[in-house]
Design a protein. Structure first.
Length: 131
């Protein structure tokens, strides 16, 4: 499968063992958990969380992985930041309350035209077109 993927121009990764949720989803949901925590704590708005990712981290992670970013930033720097920051990050194991609220209200994102953002009046098609 790897050779076929490479042959048709795709990038491949080798996952060493099975893990619940797959590697990419686990990273995505760790980011989502912290993003929702910051919004729920009133630290930052949902719009600004998305801006942080699109215009800050997005540029970085579009060309580098998180371990490459750490290497470039200096592992000593990342170590010292980790000493105080890791204990302050959200480590909740429940579904984030904001996500649960939207789900329970039937606000499922673009598919229901309402989620964190409003997708009525053609905004759903525009959002998909902008990807």
């Amino acid at each position: 499968m790897k050779e076929l993927s490479i042959h048709i121009g795709k990038k491949t990764v080798i996952v060493q063992k099975d893990v619940l949720g797959f590697a990419a989803n686990r990273i995505q949901f760790a980011v989502l958990r912290e993003a929702l925590y910051l919004v729920e704590q009133g630290v930052i708005s949902k719009e600004d969380i998305d801006s942080v990712m699109k215009y800050g981290l997005g540029f970085r992670y579009a060309c580098l992985g998180p371990l490459e970013v750490a290497d470039l930033g200096g592992l000593d720097t990342f170590y010292h930041i980790s000493e105080y920051l890791m204990k302050d990050l959200c480590n909740d194991t429940k579904v984030p309350s904001e996500l649960a609220k939207f789900y329970e209200e039937g606000h499922l994102g673009i598919k229901s035209q309402q989620g964190f953002y409003d997708y009525h009046d053609g905004k759903d098609h525009q959002a998909i077109k902008n990807i």
